[in-house]
Design a protein around this ligand. Sequence first.
Ligand code: GAR
Length: 221
Amino acid sequence: MVTAVKRRVAILISGRGSNMAALITAAKAPAFPAEITVVISNKPDAAGLAKAKENNVATLVIDSAPFGKDRTAFEAALQAALDQHGIELICLGGFMRLLTTEFVERWAGKMLNIHPSLLPSFRGLDPHGQALRAGVKVSGATVHFVTPEMDAGPIVMQGAVAVRDDDTPDTLAERVLRLEHRIYPDALRLVASGGTRIDKDVCRTAATGSPDDTLISPETI
Ligand code: GAR
């Protein structure tokens, strides 16, 4: 049996790491084209670190606090750790530190992020509150390649949920998060297996949509 070489992935976190856990679980499948080589947190108390250890994934803390505003020095330490682990792809999973243009460009086409809205709508903080205030009837989550602008970059995959009339930011967040845990592993599988191509600002893929390509909300019958 020929075993394909798996792409070596680092997940960067700052907090609870539920997307990280979904990626780790998916990557355990023998046929998954990537392995989670290391989880790196910029916060020593990130809850996700314990979850990664439980799953026997190597963890590393590079505390960003002592670096203050010196992003370049923090990223030099980060880059050294990525080099040491032979990392080929980065997945940001609730990583709450802005990255410099230089670092982002160095990882162009090799760094993914997930954001809980249908980008380009509702970037930044409180996306669910923004969605509810706008009165959208469909929201969701987006996996995209990272570019220097925050919550922007070629879109790899999106998943949508219906927004209910009685939704609060918390209830919507919960439904979208369940979807995040499905699409992030699927998007990583697609990228790691070479199923995407970046064409200027657009990510092209041979993958198709859902069986009937529709989601209508609210349904009136
Ligand atoms: C997730 O909902 C992710 O989409 C969001 O942070 C949360 C992290 O949760 N990311 C952003 O808002 C990026 N702008 P997790 O630590 O449980 O994966």
